[in-house]
Design a protein around this ligand. Structure first.
Ligand SMILES: Cc1cc2nc3c(=O)[nH]c(=O)nc-3n(C[C@H](O)[C@H](O)[C@H](O)COP(=O)(O)OP(=O)(O)OC[C@H]3O[C@@H](n4cnc5c(N)ncnc54)[C@H](O)[C@@H]3O)c2cc1C
Length: 407
């Protein structure tokens, strides 16, 4: 099997294929696998899959495990707190982790289990052809101008992310990803823990700027690396590149007066080690991922807003589902169709829900009912039952509700 793209989905797929005894090789465009990005949340529906690969201890050693998720309005008033991960009764933990740490845990496991030559870097796929016996994956010449020989295999799985070259081959008129009119500034700040050091916090709404803040690394001196994302509505899309550098002055103004007794937000932003800027983009769900011996996986199949801890999680769930289908079906084309049948509609629902009713919808409900003003008694604004129902709705759609995960 040929895996195009050695990101989170591609490397997880390599590990699941290896576990099932199916040989594979990963072709990655970048010259080197490096720790890139900022924080990612792995909810129990994703850690359940990574546990099957025996990676929980390695991940736990480098990640933070939040115990609570808290929702605040723009005034820093608490709207809701709920237990997270094992504290909420899940059998598996929730991990908040640097994307680079997750990537390197996967990469190390692939090298150990499949061999160091199982990931071929510096190979940017430009096209995949197929015939009755297999696929031929073609690559662009290397940056040094040297020709890259095509690779031959039984099946090609495109895990080449939101700008997938293989997806473009099947959907040539699709155009660039759809911009939602929201830019995200993402950063990491090392500081002392806030709210006890095990809280995943969401603050405010898009109307005035919103934030997601959580720790992703513990240091021996008691400090933590705090990951934060600030979202602001704007007509001008940032460059659609996960590594584009952002500027504090472009967004700090929205949050200048948000100094709460539990966290000084402007200071958090000012002290950042790095700031990246990324537009909120996704793509409309497509009708097919599988075309004969070629299929799509992860962001190549269903790019979604990076909300609710689902971007990475759904690529991990895809990998497990695809390998299950390949094990059950002897005919590979039928297996790829079975995988698509299992995953396409489920992920399309998450794409749509992330647009219309993201997981922080409870803050929007409260801000709407209070006219954006501080409240005196939360129970006069919304009942605990209504809050729980709104949050559970999102978890069910993402397959992250407790009953599904523990089962
Ligand atoms: C550099 C980077 C940083 C990121 N940072 C964050 C973050 O901070 N927070 C967040 O929520 N999400 C981040 N993401 C996205 C996140 O990893 C994905 O949304 C999610 O994990 C799904 O994984 P994926 O494997 O489908 O895609 P990705 O993890 O994006 O992996 C795609 C891989 O394919 C490779 N590739 C692309 N085109 C080709 C090609 N033509 N031929 C061969 N290989 C190719 C890419 O280099 C990459 O390694 C980042 C992605 C990247 C690439």
């Amino acid at each position: 099997m040929i895996i195009v793209g050695g990101g989170i989905g591609g490397l997880t797929l390599a590990l699941f294929l290896h576990r099932a005894g199916i040989p594979c090789r990963v072709y990655e465009s970048t010259p080197e696998i490096k720790a890139l990005g900022v924080g990612i949340n792995l909810l129990p529906h994703a850690t359940r899959e990574l546990a099957k690969l025996g990676l929980l201890d390695r991940l736990g050693a480098v990640a933070c495990e939040p115990q609570t998720r808290s929702y605040f309005n723009r005034w820093g008033q608490r709207v809701h707190t709920e237990p997270a991960g094992r504290s909420a009764g899940y059998d598996l933990p929730q991990y908040s982790i640097h994307r680079g740490d997750l990537h390197l845990v996967l990469f190390d496991a692939v090298k150990e289990r499949l061999g160091t030559d199982s990931v071929i870097t510096g190979h940017r796929c430009i096209r995949v052809d197929q015939d009755a016996d297999g696929v031929t994956v073609h690559f662009a010449d290397g940056p040094d101008g040297r020709h890259r020989a095509p690779a031959r295999g039984a099946v090609a799985i495109a895990c080449d992310g939101i700008h997938s070259a293989v997806r473009r081959q099947f959907y040539p008129d699709e155009g660039p990803p759809a911009f939602a009119g929201i830019n995200m500034w993402r950063g990491m700040t090392r500081r002392k823990p806030f709210l006890g050091g095990r809280t995943h916090a969401r603050v405010g709404t898009l109307a005035t700027g919103k934030m997601v803040i959580y720790p992703i690394r513990n240091f021996p001196d008691g400090t933590q690396l705090i990951n934060w994302v600030a979202e602001v509505q704007t007509d001008v899309a940032a460059k659609n590149d996960w590594s584009a550098v952002g500027r504090l002055e472009d967004f700090i103004g929205y949050f200048e007066n948000q100094t709460f007794d539990w966290l000084d937000i402007p200071q958090l932003f000012r002290d950042a080690e790095m700031i990246l800027e990324y537009p909120m983009v996704d793509r409309d769900p497509v009708a097919r991922w599988s075309f004969g011996r070629i299929t799509l996986l992860g962001d190549a199949a269903h790019p979604m807003y990076p909300r609710g801890g689902n971007g990475a999680a759904q690529s991990i769930l895809d990998a497990d589902a695809l390998v299950n289908a390949l094990v059950l079906e002897t005919d590979v084309e039928a297996a790829l169709l079975a995988y698509e049948g299992e995953r396409l509609e489920r992920t399309a629902k998450i794409v749509r829900t992330n647009r219309s009713e993201p997981p922080d919808v409870v803050i929007s409900i409260v801000e709407e009912r209070t006219g954006g003003k501080p409240f005196e008694r939360l129970e006069d604004v919304i009942s605990p039952a209504e809050l729980d129902a709104a949050l559970e709705r999102y978890r069910k759609i993402a397959g992250a509700d407790k009953a599904s995960v523990n089962r």
